[in-house]
Ligand binder design. Structure first.
Ligand code: SAM
Length: 243
């Protein structure tokens, strides 16, 4: 039996309902990730780890009309939502079941030209992240990109307080912009979603950004960089050297 704490269907429902309020600058994050994928000059395959309701896959498929996205997720509700949402892309989206922590899925029968993931790698601890980075480098096509959007661990208590406050501020701002009131911010607080204030270390295991950049380099990635950062959320990654 799996004793590890896992993502619940209740969390999927909450995230589908509130993601646009709770994730800072969601549209900008999606656009940033898309812009870091080397533009294809023919058919190409993108692998997405934990595709959720399919927002990032949707942005990639809309931007690159030769792309096929193989998305993976553990949640039946997320998978069903994404498949329904992306049906209009005529077979260019495939959803597979996986548990990020397991290893069999890391030997796909295709070669991805890009691997992307948003808000999920922080469920792995440090050694598991390092193994993931090595495994993704091994399967990525030469010249391909590995781009991670995720929560990161602030380096000290001052940075933690700053990240916590900045996340609250971002959510308050978004709820006001989207709804003209801050009711959804009250929901964010009630659900204790701000892990910089309400951490559950068995479930949320964000690592320091500097460590993750070093682990990416150690895994073989080049041009490792941070592309965007706000409120303890970062987009970072690297490229696999071409042939
Ligand atoms: C916060 S949501 C992010 C969804 C999507 N990537 C996005 O940015 O909209 C976290 C996602 O990770 C998935 N997830 C959580 N734990 C997982 C695990 N152990 N293995 C695979 N997927 C997992 C959830 O089902 C959910 O879709």
């Amino acid at each position: 039996m799996d004793e590890k704490p896992t993502w619940s269907e209740e969390a999927s429902t909450t995230f589908i309902d509130y993601g646009r309020y709770f994730v800072p600058d969601r549209a900008q994050q999606m656009e940033t990730i898309c812009r870091l994928i080397p533009p294809p000059d023919g058919p190409f395959v993108v692998m997405e780890l934990s595709h959720g309701e399919g927002l990032l896959a949707e942005a990639i498929l809309a931007r690159f009309d030769t792309a096929v996205v193989h998305g993976y997720d553990i949640s039946p509700q997320m998978r069903q939502t994404a498949v329904t949402k992306l049906a209009r892309f005529d077979g260019r989206f495939h959803s597979h079941y996986f548990d990020l922590r397991e290893h069999a899925w890391r030997r796909p029968d295709f070669i991805p030209q890009a691997i992307v993931t948003s808000l999920t790698v922080h469920h792995l601890d440090g050694p598991e992240k390092q193994q993931l980075f090595r495994d993704m480098h091994a399967i990525l096509a030469p010249g391909g990109a590995f781009i991670i959007a995720d929560l990161i661990a602030p380096a000290n208590s001052w940075a933690n307080t700053l990240a916590a406050d900045a996340w609250d501020e971002a959510v308050r701002e978004q709820t006001q912009q989207l709804d003209g009131n801050t009711d959804r911010f009250a929901e964010f607080e009630r659900l204790e979603w701000n892990l910089f204030r309400h951490s559950d270390p068995d479930f949320d295991k964000p690592s320091r950004l500097l460590d993750q950049l070093n682990w990416l380099e150690a895994a073989g990635f080049t041009a490792v960089d941070v592309y965007w950062l706000r409120a303890g959320h970062a987009i970072f990654g690297g490229y696999k050297t071409g042939d």
